[in-house]
Design a protein around this ligand. Structure first.
Ligand code: MG
Length: 158
């Protein structure tokens, strides 16, 4: 068994889509980024890579690379899953937290869980998405950014 954790933060800007776990959340601002900026998928990718000590998202998908400009982060997660499977490893469970002041994520948590479970080939009961705010504190609390954390348990071999 191996454990991995990931974290990411993106600025929020008008005219961008708010993508979380492969789901587009209706909102007047979304993540800035070289890719679609899906902060939750990026945290999940870093957790997966971290569990197997395979570097980080930037080393696998360089942010300056034209290949990844505005790319759907679901594609990056699928590529990461292929890497995990090529190492004969499988995910046991995935636990995540999104920190976002607005909008409230509660109505979207189920669809985000379903999206991540499909992308990672996991039973829905093995995927957790929790939503927090910063209670109005710091840049994220002022609605200027969105953060995500992920922890994953992986079984090697077998
Ligand atoms: Mg990112």
């Amino acid at each position: 068994m191996r454990i991995g954790q990931g974290y990411d933060i993106h600025r929020l800007a008008p005219g961008r889509k708010l993508c979380l776990g492969g789901v587009i959340i209706p909102n007047d601002r979304g993540e800035e980024g070289h890719s679609d900026g899906d902060v939750l998928i990026h945290a999940v990718i870093d957790a997966l890579l971290g569990a197997l000590a395979l570097g980080d998202i930037g080393s696998h998908f360089p942010p300056g690379s034209p290949e990844y400009r505005d790319i759907d982060s679901r594609i990056l997660l699928k590529k990461t899953m292929e890497l995990i499977e090529s190492r004969n490893a499988r995910i046991i469970n995935l636990d995540t937290t999104v920190i976002l002041e607005n909008p409230r994520l509660a109505p979207h948590v189920k669809s985000i869980c379903e999206s991540l479970s499909a992308l990672c080939g996991l039973d829905i009961n093995a995927v957790s998405v929790k939503a927090k705010t910063k209670e109005g504190r710091d840049a994220t609390g002022r609605g200027e950014a969105v953060e995500a954390c992920a922890v994953v348990l992986i079984e090697e071999g077998g």
